[in-house]
Design a protein around this ligand. Structure first.
Ligand SMILES: [Zn+2]
Length: 237
């Protein structure tokens, strides 16, 4: 049963926010200059740790993981799972939404599945997601309202008083469900290509990723996604 593991494993609140070890960007240094300086420092550091990494990246990529996450600046995929360039193929949008009409995300998924042959697809939401919060309210944000309407459709049965964390998890479950029903995944599974789709959620409060226990590895498993959603609705009520 999918339930709010966030609440079950309520983490300790961080006493101080995690900040970059390098000086913050200021008006004095200029953003462009500062970022280029940081890039040089990063490249120098990485090549010390992995001398051949850029040589390998220049040859091409063979990532085994597709990550679909939120565009939120506090959830940088490679950093929170400590991966190197070349390890993860990434798609990010507001509130990690997967829908059948979004050619951008579908193109990423198609390339990842059919060309790169990724073996794991991770849909990772995060608690405190601004996109999910916005979708739960009635305030207008302009053009983005169209995108948020995709989340509102998930929200149809939840009361405002329900935990936003549950909505975050339900949104992840829904994205996994949609993803697994695309012809891309269906065809890949039909051809025997091993791919597992996972549902995760990240917490700002402790930097930990929580596995929502959503693992879909075949068309037969998609029914389980419906069960997750059904169980979640029961949990909500
Ligand atoms: Zn978000």
């Amino acid at each position: 049963m999918l339930q709010s593991i966030f609440r079950k494993k309520s983490p300790q609140s961080a006493k101080t926010p995690i900040r970059s070890a390098v000086p913050s960007i200021t008006q004095d240094t200029g953003v462009q200059h500062e970022l280029l300086r940081r890039n040089q420092g990063w490249a120098d550091q990485v090549v010390v740790q992995q001398p051949t990494i850029f040589e390998e990246c220049a040859k091409g990529q063979q990532p085994k993981i597709l990550w679909i996450g939120c565009a939120d600046s506090r959830v940088p995929p490679e950093q929170i799972v400590s991966c190197a360039p070349g390890d993860i193929f990434v798609h990010r949008n507001i509130a990690n939404v997967c829908i059948f009409s979004d050619l951008n995300s579908l193109s990423v998924v198609q390339y990842a599945v059919e060309v790169l042959k990724v073996e794991e697809i991770i849909v990772c939401g995060h608690y405190g997601c601004g996109g999910v919060k916005a979708a739960m309210g009635n305030q207008s944000y302009g053009m983005i309202d169209n995108w948020l309407s995709n989340i509102k459709s998930v929200y149809h049965k939840l009361e405002q008083s329900e935990q936003e964390n549950l909505m975050v998890e339900l949104n992840v479950a829904n994205s996994v469900n949609v993803l697994c029903q695309t012809p891309i995944l269906q065809n890949a599974w039909a051809q025997g290509q091993p791919i597992t789709v996972h549902g995760w959620s990240y917490s700002f409060e402790n930097g930990r990723i929580y596995d929502l226990n959503i693992q879909i590895a075949s068309p037969n498993d998609i029914e389980k996604t419906d069960e997750y959603r059904y169980d979640l609705n029961k949990f909500v009520y």
